[in-house]
Write a new protein. Structure first.
Length: 249
C-alpha cells in the first residue's frame, strides 16, 4: 500500500534521514521506535509531505506521493496526528473536529455520521464538545487530535507519540481505541518512544537510530530481542538489561 524507497531528508545542509526503506501493507500497524532525535517525526513528516525528500521516493498504491503538496497528500487520506497534538486551543472540541472533516467535506460518509463515530469512540469528547480545546486535559487533547484526524476518514493514520505526557491508564485507553480502529481496517504508522506499548499494538516494528533503520522485525521478535529490551524498555525488573531471557528468537 505505502512504499518508501531509500528516502533521504535534510534540514538545510544537515541530512537527518539517511536512506530508509519501508513498506506498509493495508490493515497493518507499523511502529517506529527510537531515541530522541533519531528522526522518527521527520520520517512521518516526510510521508505526509511536510518535509520534502532530498532523495528516494514514496508511493501510495503505486502513485508517487513525495512530489505532491501536503494538501494533495491529505486528499489521498493519509492523515497525520501531529506530535504535540497541535489543536486550535481557542476553538471548541466540536469546532476542532469540524476542521478535521474539511478536506473531505463533500465526499464520503456524511460529516454528522463521522462525528457520531468519533463520539462513540471517545465519549469524553462528546461530554466536552463545547469546551475550548486548550482547556482539555492532556489525555482529552490527544483524543481530540485523533478524533480530528478520523474526521478526515483516513486510509492511513500517521501517529506521532500519542502516549506522550499521559498517565498509563489513559495511554492504555487510547491504544485500545487504536486497536479497535485497526480491527475495522485502518492502517497505521505509529511513532512511539514507549516501545513496549507500541509493540504490544503493532504487527511489525522498526528501530531507528540516528536517521537509519537499524532493526526491523515482527513485534514479537522485537519484544523478545535482548538488545531492544536493554535499550528501549527502561530499567524494569531490577535492570536485568540484556540478560537475555531470549523468548522467540
Ligand atoms: N525544523 C528543524 N530544523 C532543523 N533541524 C531539525 C528540525 N526538526 C528536526 N530537526 C533535527 O532532526 C533530527 C531528527 O529530529 P526528529 O524530530 O525527527 O526526531 P525524533 O526521533 O522525532 O525525536 P523525538 O523522539 O525527540 O521526538 C534531530 O537532530 C533534530 O534536531
Ligand atoms: Mg519526534
Amino acid at each position: 500500500m505505502l512504499e518508501l524507497r531509500d528516502i533521504r531528508a535534510a534540514y538545510g545542509k544537515i541530512e537527518v534521514l539517511h536512506g530508509l526503506d519501508l513498506t506498509v501493507a493495508a490493515g497493518e500497524i507499523i511502529t517506529v521506535i527510537g531515541a530522541n532525535g533519531a528522526g522518527k517525526s521527520t520520517l512521518l513528516k516526510a510521508i505526509s509531505g511536510l518535509v520534502k525528500l532530498s532523495g528516494g521516493s514514496i508511493a501510495l498504491d503505486g502513485e508517487r506521493l513525495d512530489t505532491l503538496s501536503v494538501e494533495q497528500v491529505v486528499s489521498r487520506r493519509l492523515i497525520q496526528v501531529p506530535e504535540g497534538r497541535q489543536l486550535f486551543g481557542p476553538l471548541t472540541v466540536a469546532e476542532n473536529l469540524a476542521l478535521g472533516s474539511y478536506s473531505r467535506r463533500r465526499k464520503g460518509t456524511p460529516v454528522t455520521e463521522r462525528l457520531k463515530k468519533v463520539f462513540a469512540l471517545f465519549p469524553r469528547l462528546e461530554e466536552r464538545k463545547g469546551q475550548q480545546a486548550g482547556t482539555l486535559s492532556g489525555g482529552e487533547q490527544q483524543m481530540l487530535a485523533i478524533g480530528r484526524a478520523l474526521m478526515a476518514e483516513p486510509r492511513i493514520l500517521l501517529l506521532d507519540e500519542p502516549s506522550m505526557g499521559l498517565a498509563p491508564i489513559i495511554v492504555r485507553d487510547i491504544f485500545a481505541t487504536l486497536r479497535t480502529l485497526n480491527q475495522e481496517g485502518l492502517t497505521m504508522v505509529l511513532v512511539e518512544q514507549d516501545a513496549r506499548i507500541a509493540l504490544s499494538l503493532a504487527h511489525r516494528g522498526l528501530v531507528m537510530e540516528r536517521g537509519r533503520i537499524v532493526l526491523a522485525d515482527t513485534s514479537q521478535g522485537l519484544l523478545a530481542n535482548p538488545e531492544v529490551q536493554a535499550i528501549y524498555f527502561g530499567q524494569r525488573a531490577g535492570g536485568r538489561a540484556g540478560a537475555g531471557s531470549g523468548g522467540g528468537r
